[in-house]
Design a protein around this ligand. Structure first.
Ligand code: ZN
Length: 79
């Protein structure tokens, strides 16, 4: 159930690790993004980020106009 209506793909509750390459830090943020060439407009893919990599990943997605929203990891739907 998507309580918050974020439309984000669920994340594995036991695998909340930063998505940055080579980083195994605990994720604190969920970056919601959409690639309009691959995804329907309502779809939200999720990258997880630690405090150190949040800005880097936001810039990466933002540069491609994919970034939509960043939320605390606790607000993501878990499976
Ligand atoms: Zn990280």
């Amino acid at each position: 159930m998507d309580v918050l209506g974020l439309g984000a793909d669920p994340v594995a509750a036991d695998e909340l690790v930063c998505s940055a390459k080579g980083c195994r830090a605990e994720a604190r943020w969920g970056l919601l993004w959409n690639n309009p060439r691959l995804h329907t407009p309502e779809r939200r893919k999720v990258w997880l980020a630690c405090d150190d990599h949040r800005e880097h990943l936001e810039q990466f997605l933002g540069a491609r106009s994919f970034w939509k929203q960043t939320v605390p990891v606790g607000e993501l739907e878990h499976v």
